[in-house]
Design a protein around this ligand. Structure first.
Ligand code: ARG
Length: 563
């Protein structure tokens, strides 16, 4: 039982059904100062029902309540303040983590699926920092949902279709060099793409040719398809290298092209339901409250991004029977996802309510927007390698004899980039500063990893065996331990909040707090001293290590045993 449950039950027992347990639990507050106890109940919430002054209600409750499990229960003005029994709480929390290990806070399987549209880079274009954010946030959400009992389905909705492929084919036929593309696919294809777009700005025939090629592609023309397939394969080789580096895998690589033969059905349903109208030759769905209608088919018959997303949404519902369907995509696409949901709603699919756009903000570099054209770019692969190199340099300085230095440096360097991304609330963008990310000081991944590794080294020195202390009283009552115990106890709530709000940042911030609380404890306490509390102190260190490691795992970050 956690602290909120304990307090809610004690309150319910004296409130005579004036409030339900859930209501009580929702009303409980955490006092700003620890002198005011661990949890507080605001008695003014009952003033109307009981027709009494809140101060009197608080005093009544404090008098009647059973103090079992509490150090004390006191009324302070209109609040009832609960002070948990520290040694009982410490024993309960530590024993639970000791016996469950990293399964602590794992919930039972619900059997329900959560579809997560994530990463989704565009073929023949570089993998951007936006795609990195989508990959890292999506992967963390998958792990968080799995922890609370769902089965995540990670879908890479590759941008492998659309008029840009018409442009690319035109460019390739004019200027393409097969060998150069085989050497350096994405940068060569990007060059072609940039060149042809510049040309199209002055020469309208380029655009017409591109549209023709895209239509050929949509109609299955062999030459167009072969070129498309080749561009796609070459790009995927590069993307796969990045995914391997990041340690991220997918359950489905069905990109936009996968839905080519599934869009007719969408158009049929829309038309049967009388939702299609003509507008300037194009086929659209009018949407109330939107500035623009949803464009389903262009005047030349070519389909669009949203048409493919409609087909994808229906396919996912049928295939995965999802309880929720998430789209981890930059906030600049909010309009698109609002339209997508609105069209599905008009098609009478109530499950459109289970679709969530999970937007995120922009990354800047030295305070400036990234722009391929202006040369302000972050190239992902070299950046990952640089992060690992910097991690390696710090490890060389701190711990030159460390075994597996390369693997640890990789975990630290790549973990640093992921952690920095995830500690920011999604919608807040951030400035990409590698030096800060990889630092062992401050609110960083390496800082948390280091706290974890320090704990493992203490446990090794003490030859700590969790089984040997399970069942013992693990009473710790000093302030520094108490702060850690309360954090450990809060872990399940933090995970639930991260899942509900689609915010891995809740877990990253929590991991920073826990690492800081442990470092404070470590500075104050001689953990290895031989005395009566030694077992409890080691149990505290062990439990903190477990929860730090599990927090990092949920963020897709490894926790080396030594660093
Ligand atoms: N490929 C798109 C882009 O890079 C993102 C796709 C997001 N997913 C989706 N189902 N629309 O902008």
């Amino acid at each position: 039982m956690n602290d909120k449950q304990l307090v809610s039950q004690a309150l319910a027992a004296v409130l005579d059904n004036a409030l339900s347990i859930d209501d009580i639990s929702n009303l409980l507050e955490t006092p700003k100062k620890s002198e005011m106890g661990d949890l507080a109940f605001p008695a003014f919430s009952l003033a109307k029902t009981l027709r009494k002054a809140p101060q009197m209600i608080a005093a009544d409750i404090a008098e009647k309540i059973s103090s079992d499990g509490f150090e004390k229960v006191v009324a302070t003005g209109p609040y009832v303040n609960f002070f948990l029994d520290k040694s009982a709480t410490a024993t309960a929390v530590l024993s639970e983590i000791l016996s469950e290990g990293t399964a602590y806070a794992t919930l039972e399987q619900t059997g329900e699926n959560v579809a997560i549209d994530m990463s989704s880079p565009n073929i023949a274009k570089p993998f951007s920092i936006g795609h990195l954010r989508s990959t890292v946030i999506g992967d963390a959400l998958a792990k968080i949902y799995q922890k609370i009992g769902y089965n995540p389905v990670k879908i890479n909705h590759l941008g492998d279709w659309g008029k840009q492929f018409g442009m690319l084919i035109v460019a390739y036929k004019k200027y393409g060099n097969e060998a150069a593309i085989r050497q350096n696919p994405i940068s060569e294809l990007l060059k072609l793409y940039v060149q042809i777009n510049a040309e199209a700005a002055d020469d309208p025939t380029v655009d017409i040719e591109a549209r023709d090629w895209f239509l050929k592609l949509e109609n299955g023309d062999a030459e167009a398809l072969a070129l498309w397939q080749w561009f796609r394969d070459e790009s995927l080789v590069e993307f796969d290298r990045i995914y391997t580096e990041l340690g991220v895998e997918f359950d489905s690589m069905n990109g936009e092209a996968f839905y080519n033969d599934k869009m007719d059905e969408i158009i049929d349903i829309l038309s049967e339901k009388g939702l299609l109208t003509e507008s300037e030759g194009a086929t659209v769905v009018e949407l109330e409250g939107f500035e623009n209608p949803a464009l389903i088919k262009k005047s030349d018959g070519a389909t669009l991004y949203i048409t493919r997303d409609l087909a994808a949404a229906l396919y996912r519902k049928r295939t995965y029977k999802f309880a929720k369907s998430l789209y981890v995509v930059g906030q600049e696409q909010s309009g698109h996802f609002k339209q997508l949901k609105a069209v599905l709603k008009k098609m009478d699919y109530d499950w459109s309510d289970d679709i969530y756009h999970v937007p995120f903000g922009l990354v800047t570099k030295e305070g400036k927007k990234l722009s391929t054209r202006k040369g302000n770019v972050i190239l992902l692969e070299p950046t990952l390698h640089e992060a690992v190199k910097r991690a390696q340099a710090q490890i060389d300085a701190k711990n030159p004899d460390l075994p597996n230095k390369g693997a640890v440096a990789h975990a630290v360097g790549v973990g640093a980039i992921k952690f920095y991304d995830l500690k920011n609330e999604r919608l807040n963008g951030y400035d990409f500063n590698l030096e800060e990310m990889v630092s062992f000081e401050g609110e960083t991944g390496p800082y948390v990893q280091y706290a974890h590794a320090r704990i493992q080294s203490i446990l090794r020195k003490a030859d700590f065996q969790p089984d040997a202390v399970v069942g013992k009283t693990l009473a710790l009552t000093d302030d520094e331990s108490w702060e850690i115990i309360k954090l450990l106890q809060a872990f399940p709530d933090i995970i639930a909040r991260a899942a509900r709000t689609f915010e891995p940042s809740a877990i990253a911030k929590y991991a920073i707090n826990l690492a800081q609380a442990f470092n404070k404890y470590y500075a104050h306490t001689r953990i290895l001293d031989e005395n009566a509390e030694k077992d409890a102190r080691l149990a505290l260190a062990y439990a903190t290590g477990i929860v730090l490691k599990e927090s990092l795992r949920l963020l897709g970050v490894d926790a080396p045993e030594e660093m």
